[in-house]
Design a protein around this ligand. Structure first.
Ligand code: ADP
Ligand code: MG
Length: 151
């Protein structure tokens, strides 16, 4: 499977795509890596992931000062939300305990994976969101690093 293509025409639609994607992440025990410009909808999609895990949508926000936020879902699975937007240097990623966070039994979701290209693990789930118009988004889902880079 090379990639899944989804089109969203509203934030609610993107949340729903996240809800469905969460089922794959739980079943396959995968982490999630997201890219897309500011306002593309990365955090919005994570609200959907949270919804499936039983985490209040309002709790899932782009961490402005914290690089990492953890939320325990109602079903016992933890969502570890990392946002690399404000990252100053690549060493800082390793400094947050990057590899441990990726091995955590919870689901780790990373916004702005393009800031950690050199230390991006393989065989996880990757999402690229492009802004088509004010409300339309193209959401591409990949299952290997190779496919992300080939895109
Ligand atoms: P990011 O985390 O990528 O910076 P956010 O999810 O925080 O983006 O913000 C996305 C913004 O775009 C929100 O204000 C949301 O209401 C708006 N938006 C409009 N259409 C969509 C859509 N189809 N999917 C997701 N967000 C959308
Ligand atoms: Mg965000």
């Amino acid at each position: 499977m090379e990639k899944l293509l989804k089109n969203s025409n509203s934030p609610e639609n993107t949340v729903k795509i996240g809800e469905d994607l969460a089922i794959i992440l739980i079943e396959k025990r995968k982490n999630l890596f997201l890219s897309g410009d500011l306002g593309a909808g990365k955090t919005t999609l994570l609200k959907g992931i949270g919804k499936t895990l039983g985490i209040n949508e309002n709790m899932i926000i782009s961490p402005s000062f914290q690089l990492v936020r953890r939320h325990l879902g109602a079903n016992g699975i933890e969502l570890i939300h990392i946002d690399l937007y404000r990252l100053k240097n690549p060493e800082e990623v390793l400094g947050i305990g990057w590899w441990d966070l990726l091995e955590d039994p919870g689901i780790t979701a990373v916004e702005w994976f393009d800031r950690a290209i050199d230390i991006l693990p393989d065989n996880e789930v990757y999402v690229k969101i492009s802004m088509v118009s004010e409300r339309e988004r193209e959401i591409k889902i990949f299952f290997s690093k190779e496919d992300v880079f080939a895109d």
